[in-house]
Design a protein around this ligand. Sequence first.
Ligand code: CUA
Length: 319
Amino acid sequence: RECSAGLVLGAGFLVSACGGPQSALDPAGEEAAEIAHLFWVMLAGAGLVWALVVGAAVFGGRFQRQPISDRAGLRLILWSGAFAPTLILAGLLIYGLRLMPVLRAAEPALRIEISAEQYWWRITYVGAGDVRIETANELRLPAGRAAELTLDSVDVIHSLWIPSLGGKMDMIPGRTNRLVLRPQRPGTYRGVCAEFCGTAHALMAFPVEVMPPADFDAWLVRQAAPATPGGDEAAFLANGCGGCHTVRGTAATGTIGPDLTHLAGRSSLGAGLMPNTPGNRRRFVADVERLKPGVRMPSFGMLAPAELDAILAYMESLR
Ligand code: CUA
């Protein structure tokens, strides 16, 4: 009974990996579709080799009672154990190699620089005339257009992986890697850091929003605008927030932490850690060191409640 329960559980995990916002088998972009296709072809080829070798072994077993000539035995071993698998594997190799230029070539219309930092993502959209629009921890892409991501790291090796859109690419200090993605299906997906990079590695993710191109263009125009804060800027600055964070158009010009210019418009908080709600923002600011061990931001739970309220109201106004 345990065995069948295990099988049901295993099948459940297998099926659950076939969908959702973070599945390489449910592709939402051209590169991911190529990879998913390659996976299924490889699986079929591997299954064929397995069936041949195991079939030959089972077939060979019957000759224990019924003698077979040495020649016939050798032929069985060579064909099913060596020649046929070699042919099948060579076919798979040729198929896989043929895909490689397709994965590399592209004419990207949009360039986005992503820098990995323990444990978050600095994301800069580079527009015409080298206009730079910085945001953090949320990647938005237009559907049907190629986007070129240039990837690097400021501290240790990280790796960017958005399974629904394409393969993973390492982010290495001192080196710029390039990843071209052509998302096709609008929706919300999930990207992760795929290389162990320290205590909060597992908490280094980000939502990926693939939008209709017109919506994306409108969003980018809004991101380019400076902040129009309606809250109490004095509390934010007096407690040193501006020393690490930039709020464009204000006196907060720090560059150590994520740009907060349009923070309240983002869907998640703390690099995919939790939904960006007022309650979660309070928990995050008050207790970040416990929620995300290893981050450089100190917890601000020691502030007087009125002071914390003022900072949170200010953050809420950064739309
Ligand atoms: Cu960054 Cu793991």
